[in-house]
Design a binder for this molecule. Structure first.
Ligand code: FAD
Length: 696
């Protein structure tokens, strides 16, 4: 490769004197020479040629059990325990058609059975072994997404708020009851008028020094708590987010200390009746997740003891003095919300679980389904059509990428819970926001693609796409609306960018920006711009560089634009003027993280065959993403026209090659038939279950 370097230098010295055509020719010659020297076979288009609709012959050696083992990282048995538990209890399985009220009751019974019969303690897992908790909730989501969300409300939101925002006295009093379901609870943050803008919530908690209590009130219609999971039917407590008000001796106006969290009993422990001063209404039928009882809550002079303030970040003394180790309202607010990232981690992880199920059904069906074919020959599987490969294989590749990225997120989250290291905390916050937003949006679109890929049979409720799509859709909105979350990622990137130019350290996940910014600020290398050989395109260094170069470019130009516009529009106006640019920046960064984690997973895979299979899938992920955004790369002359064409050809070829192992790749997700349940997506590859379902 030394020769390639020398030749590149020579070319670079004289590049201003030669025409573009000459440059292309030289680059191509160099490429051939370099490939020859490095013994990398240069695969040209002719070699890729294959008979249209031909049966795929390429086969990777795949041991599905080794693949499953690598993917689950020792957690396989936990998922199997959940699956077996439900297999043995048909009365706990959710039927295809079920009324909202019955579904809610079933969900509660399912949850109770998991905790009290199966002996699984999700709260303990969340506290002591987060990786197992998320693996477990993925399996629960495969049983019924309503159950997964109800469980998340109980343990991650209601339990998580008590653990993370409260102190020892709260844990001592509530933890056991939350864990064993004696204390079913809610997380009451959102109001009718405010969802994303939590800082503007209007519910009040005013301290009454005479009685040593807080008085909770809903001051107006807009402050009605809305969408609160577990509130309509089952909840006995709620963590209510309200403005803490302290009476001021020198003014008739109370001092507003900002939004804090309070434990408020809402139903009687004796007879489950709604407590005085609390009004509860049912939010009614939803588009999906009808097993979760979302409700609306209003409070009128509801008195709670001072101890019910979850006081980890701010407290009120007996004589009404406020104290906090954090100096400002904004810092306290950030710390409060920061402790709630577990929900986002869970949604990102769970969304990959939904994607796995959906892709499995669509691909198994595409292998089973045969339509048309060459004249006088048998019909062929629809997965042998190039268009179908192009539709589904990149989805399959992305699912693998997301799996490794969320696995990394979960490990970082677990690390954060142990070390509380500031850098890890910042990393997990931005990463959980970005991955949750990116993956849930991707999965929502993928569900429609998979449904369409199954034609009419994809529309039968029993084949699951309808319920998966409806249940999953809201993943894009709750636990932080995706558009809002991506802005947090962009803001974090800009902060890191500013720090870089002030000589500060970048956090681990962001580290790549240091080099990428250097590359971006220099001219792109004209030789690399033209290289089109497979050795180069399938080189992870090229792929990562492409992703990271794009992020660095978007970041640098966003910073310049914001500076320019803020002079005239102010910072809010400038941000809004650049908003689409900022969202693209955040997505680009998250794609860089996903690819980096995918490549790391390929490299650390101990089994040679599985590693080579994953490398194939990873190449498809990377090149498909580059092709999807080829306009950006072309506009920047990062990729010359010949290279763009080569990337497109290779994406088609890799889709074809992955199709040859698609069955094994979806089997690797390890979702058993009785959990997947879609008759068109079962392992036996037959229509028999579907026939039985309609009564034949
Ligand atoms: C089924 C379900 C269950 C829920 N469970 C709970 C629960 O248990 N507890 C709880 O507290 N809440 C819960 N929620 C509420 C949920 O968290 C909120 O709906 C969510 O935070 C979004 O808030 P919003 O609905 O007010 O949307 P809005 O913030 O009003 O957003 C509406 C639209 O405006 C856009 N938008 C908003 N702000 C910006 C911005 N700054 N820049 C660009 N675009 C913007 C958004 O992208 C979105 O498209 C639940 C909601 C649902 C539907």
């Amino acid at each position: 490769m030394a020769m390639e370097g020398e030749s590149q230098r020579n070319l670079s010295d004289s590049r201003r004197n030669i025409s573009k055509k000459d440059q292309e020719r030289s680059a191509s010659r160099l490429e051939r020479l370099a490939s020859h020297m490095a013994a990398v076979p240069l695969v040209r288009e002719a070699q890729l040629a294959r008979q249209e609709c031909a049966k795929v012959k390429i086969k990777h050696q795949v041991h599905v059990s080794t693949l499953v083992e690598f993917l689950t990282q020792g957690h396989q048995s936990e998922q199997e325990k959940v699956y077996r538990f439900f297999l043995e209890r048909p009365h706990l399985q959710t039927p295809v058609e079920i009324h909202k009220d019955k579904h809610r009751e079933l969900c509660m019974r399912q949850l109770t059975a998991v905790v009290r019969e199966a002996g699984i303690r999700p709260m303990d897992l969340l506290l002591n072994d987060p990786a197992s908790y998320f693996v477990f909730t993925e399996a629960i989501g495969h049983i019924d997404l309503s159950l997964a969300i109800k469980l998340g409300v109980q343990f991650s939101l209601w339990g998580g708020s008590v653990i993370n925002l409260g102190t020892k006295k709260h844990r001592d009093k509530y933890l056991a009851g939350i864990s064993n379901l004696d204390y079913p609870g809610c997380f009451a943050m959102t109001e009718l008028h405010h969802g994303s803008n939590v800082q503007a919530l209007q519910t009040t908690a005013t301290f009454d020094r005479l009685t040593d209590e807080f008085v909770i009130n809903t001051p107006d219609e807009g402050a009605t708590k809305w969408w609160i999971g577990n509130a309509a039917v089952h909840g006995k407590f709620a963590t209510v987010f309200a403005r803490l008000k302290l009476p001021s001796p020198d003014s008739h106006l109370d001092k507003d200390m900002g939004v804090h969290a309070f434990i408020v009993p809402i139903r009687s422990m004796e007879d489950h009746s709604v407590l005085p001063g609390v009004e509860i209404r049912d939010c009614g039928y939803k588009v999906g997740l009808n097993g979760v009882d979302n409700g609306a809550l209003r409070f009128s002079n509801v008195r709670i003891p001072r101890d019910n303030l979850l006081n980890r970040f701010g407290d009120v003394s007996r004589d009404g003095e406020y104290n906090s180790s954090l100096p400002t309202v904004n810092k306290r607010f950030a710390a409060t919300l920061g402790e709630l990232v577990g929900g986002r981690v869970g949604l990102a992880y769970g969304s990959v679980g939904v994607l796995k199920a959906s892709v499995t059904i669509a691909i198994r069906y595409a292998l089973l389904r045969q339509q048309f074919g060459p004249p006088n020959k048998p019909e062929i599987s629809i997965l042998d059509y190039q268009s179908h490969q192009q539709r589904l294989m990149p989805l399959l590749a992305s699912t693998y990428g997301f799996h490794f990225a969320t696995q990394y997120l979960v490990n970082r989250y677990a690390e954060m819970k142990v070390t509380h290291d500031d850098e890890v905390v910042a990393d997990v916050h931005a990463l959980s926001a970005g991955l949750k937003a990116y993956i849930t949006s991707y999965t929502a679109k993928a569900l429609s693609t998979c449904r369409e890929a199954c034609g009419g049979h994809g529309y039968a409720a029993v084949n699951r796409f309808g319920s998966l799509r409806n249940d999953h859709d809201i993943f894009q909105t709750f636990e932080g609306d995706n558009t809002v979350l991506l802005q947090q990622v962009a803001a974090d990137l800009l902060k890191q960018y500013k720090e870089k130019f002030q000589g500060g350290a970048l956090s681990v996940t962001w580290n790549y920006l240091r080099e990428s910014m250097g590359t971006y600020l220099n001219q792109t290398n004209p030789v690399v711009t033209h290289r089109e050989g497979h050795g180069h395109l399938r080189d992870p260094n090229f792929q990562l560089d492409a992703f990271q170069y794009r992020t660095a470019r978007l970041l640098h130009t966003a910073a310049l634009r914001l500076r320019k516009h803020s002079q005239r529009l102010g910072s809010f106006g400038a941000w809004n003027r650049c908003l689409n640019h900022l969202l693209t920046l955040a997505e680009s960064h998250i794609e860089s993280v996903i690819l980096a984690k995918f490549i790391e997973a390929v490299n650390r895979c101990p089994d040679k065959d599985v590693r080579s299979l994953l490398k194939l899938v990873c190449d498809l992920y990377a090149l498909d993403r580059i092709w999807e955004d080829i306009g950006t790369y072309r506009n920047q002359d990062y990729v010359a026209p010949n290279k763009a064409k080569a990337i497109h050809r290779l994406v088609e070829y890799l889709s074809y090659e992955v199709r040859g192992v698609a069955k094994e790749l979806v089997d690797g997700f390890g979702v058993p038939d009785f959990v997947l349940r879609a008759p068109i997506g079962l392992q036996n590859g037959q229509y028999s279950e579907y026939m039985q379902y309609v009564g034949f």
